[in-house]
Design a protein. Sequence first.
Length: 200
Amino acid sequence: MGFSQVQKAESRQRVLDTAARQIREHGLEALGVADCMRSAGLTHGAFYGHFSSRDALIVAALEQAMTRGEARVMSRAADAAEHSKTPFEAIADAYLHPAHADNPGTGCALCALAGDAVHATADVKALYTTHLRRLADQLTQAAGSGGETLGLGVAATIVGAITLARAVDDHELALSILTAAHALVMTQDGNEPVANGGAC
């Protein structure tokens, strides 16, 4: 890959990173191409050298955000034993942590776009559906039992909890929502707790 191609790839990645963050922070409708390009350090005119349309940018940015979210869940599950946790517990702890609720721009896109997806394009809805199913599958595997119904139920609970915690204007209520959801989903963990592991 030549130097100019490397630069182009790096520029495209900056636009994707910026768009993914802005979409999760402000929603699909709020994403403006000019502002996104400016925030990425590029000119508005450079946009079509990277994407065919605003919709194409949205789909690519969401794909990236959701794929990275999946990778984070897998990483939490893989590292669970190091923190004396079951894989399911490690996922629940990280997902329902107040820091996740407080930082939508770097959090799970399924939570950030729960409302937007209802009115989104068919491509966005398909992407949302695919990644929701993948999260449910990850949760089912981490729980060690229960099948697809368990994974879907836990996914609905944790995505809903983050969405509600962000929506209310009462910090204590938001924390209570996260705590209650955590207690509820942990009743579905089919794994034995890890004994004498590393520090949490």
